[in-house]
Design a protein around this ligand. Structure first.
Ligand code: ASP
Length: 347
């Protein structure tokens, strides 16, 4: 272990899997995770970053489509256990669900004061044109960056191609090009060119004197309901009757609008009376929910639907899991309307 035993900045690399650590199966041609030693052998540059880098890996490495809240807990615990030993952390993760994991970790690592930088790649590390090395080496530099002894970006963030995003504001937007992520409703934290330019006024700095607190409980019972013209009462009612349901991210139109059909109002009101939380998330990527602006959102307001403002679906699903796992219902309601770690901009 390198850790804090040297004067150099120190970073712990945590490999969870994803394309960055995969190769083609000679039989089927499908991409599958490599073993960890093979991945490290393909990344000799890690020894020459000027940063003391240690690494560990999930065993086995996984495609991020298989990731679940138990893995998030494992990741948060790993960071918590090694927190004092490193200046920053880099998590190598598949792109498919990276925005969910980064969002979850932003809630689970309360009072974070060190960087946790997620990255991955669109092409496997062994392929000549792969984006893996650049993404990884820049992520390590960002995780190690300090000024007057304090971390420059003490947030859970995502670095991809040339952009550093707040993790809980990201969405995967591209399955083809190297710019896989976007943060539609929040500006960049940094941009990497010849130099890495940090946009300090966009970065969230923690209150001094608070130590890291792990919030490991994540509840189940969260669902997403996406509205569309022609959605039927049977579909909505059967989702709202799901046993164990505790919260629904309702994906609405435009500024948070929905059909005015009386059955929809009834179904949502009844669910809310049964203590199910319904959160209004617009299907638009950019902009915010504004209930009451159009007549088509008045019923939602009357039924007791809660605005998600400009939060992403990824942030909302994980915020609901986190709040329902950690707090009683009244407190969950209160915190849902607050920005906990920069995930939304309440009006
Ligand atoms: N299926 C892969 C994953 O998310 C895709 C990627 O890494 O880009 O693990």
């Amino acid at each position: 272990m390198t850790g804090k035993n040297t004067d150099r900045a120190s970073v712990l690399l945590i490999f969870t899997g994803g394309t960055i650590s995969m190769s083609e199966d000679p039989g089927t041609g499908a991409l599958q995770p490599l073993d960890f030693d093979r991945v490290q052998a393909l990344l000799p540059e890690l020894k020459h970053t000027g940063v003391a880098v240690d690494s560990l890996a999930f065993d086995p490495l996984i495609d991020s489509s298989d990731i679940d809240p138990e893995d998030w807990r494992r990741l948060a615990l790993t960071i918590g256990e090694r927190y004092a030993d490193y200046d920053g952390f880099v998590v190598l993760h598949g792109t498919d669900t990276m925005a969910y994991t980064a969002s979850a970790l932003s809630f689970m690592l309360e009072n974070l004061s060190k960087p946790v930088v997620f990255t991955g790649s669109q092409l496997p590390v062994g392929i000549t044109r792969s984006d893996a090395k650049e993404n990884l080496l820049t992520a390590v530099e960002i995780a190690a960056a300090r000024e007057n002894g304090a971390a420059l970006v003490p947030e859970v963030c995502v670095f991809f191609e040339d952009s550093l995003f707040r993790g809980n504001r990201t969405t995967k937007k591209n399955a083809e090009h190297f710019n896989a992520f976007e943060s539609y409703n929040y500006p960049l934290l940094a941009k990497a060119g010849v130099h890495i330019k940090y946009f300090r006024s966009n970065i969230r700095y923690p209150k001094e004197g608070l130590s890291l607190r792990l919030r490991l409980r994540m509840a189940g019972g969260v669902a997403i309901l996406k509205l569309f013209p022609g959605i039927t009462e049977e579909v909505v009612s059967s989702l709202l009757a799901t046993p164990g349901l505790r919260a629904v991210v309702l994906e609405t139109f435009g500024a948070g609008n929905a059909p005015r059909a009386p059955w929809l109002f009834r179904a949502l009101s009844e669910a809310i009376e049964r203590q199910i939380l319904i959160v209004n998330k617009t299907q638009c990527h950019t902009g915010s929910v504004e209930m009451g602006r159009y007549e088509t959102s008045l019923n939602l307001l009357r039924a007791g639907v809660i605005s998600a403002y400009d939060a992403t679906t990824e942030a909302l699903v994980t915020k609901l899991m986190h709040l329902l796992g950690e707090y009683p219902l009244e407190e969950v309601r209160r915190r849902l309307s607050l920005s906990i770690c920069g995930e939304m901009t309440p009006a």
